[in-house]
Design a protein around this ligand. Sequence first.
Ligand SMILES: *Cc1c(COP(=O)(O)O)cnc(C)c1O
Length: 229
Amino acid sequence: MSDIATNLQVVRERVGAACAAVGRAPDEVRILAVSKTWPAAAVQAAAAAGQRAFGENYVQEALEKIAVIADPALEWHFIGPLQANKTRPVAEHFAWVHSVDRLRLAERLSAQRPDDAVPLQVCVQVNVSGEAQKSGCPPEQAAHLCRQVAALPRLRLRGLMAIPAPSDDPAAQRRPFAELRRLQAALRDDGLELDTLSMGMSGDLEAAVAEGATLVRIGTAIFGERTKP
Ligand SMILES: *Cc1c(COP(=O)(O)O)cnc(C)c1O
């Protein structure tokens, strides 16, 4: 087995163990393989080991990889900060966008989504407490933004996404994930259909699964340490 296949197996086992620890079924949590900075060959090695969903952060890098690999069985998720002037290729070439944090992005993605494609699957990124970066909408604005996104014709609102600051302390890791879970529950009570909690990375996937993650975004634990930014 390649290193990537072995690593993927380890990640699947971590997800399985994290689910078992809190009484969840392992198929409640999808693994998104975050392939940013890694070449097409790395994606193909993971695909050969059964991985279907891949996450990318940089538009140009992703477009090149998607074109080279040209595998219709793969599902591409855009997870990085997105500039409004770069929405068109994302609307055209991705299945999901996890990083919608303002209406203008959502409106452009909806307008630019090709008519012959299924709606673009979208998560609203929320800046929960302790966030490492500035992107993400403030939690108190999430309900309003979710309603606006849900009303756009070519988008399908699926859930919420967050990138909390890294921490080695399991209790500290869980706090922002719990905050996102509570926010999702409140929005559902308000009538929004949200089936996805996109949270958890290589260092904190167990905490995220314990708090209800349905999709974990895993780069380093599958592909190795990134050297490029
Ligand atoms: C890079 C990245 C990941 C993967 O992080 P690892 O720690 O390498 O698993 C997940 N989500 C987002 C938004 C990222 O930018």
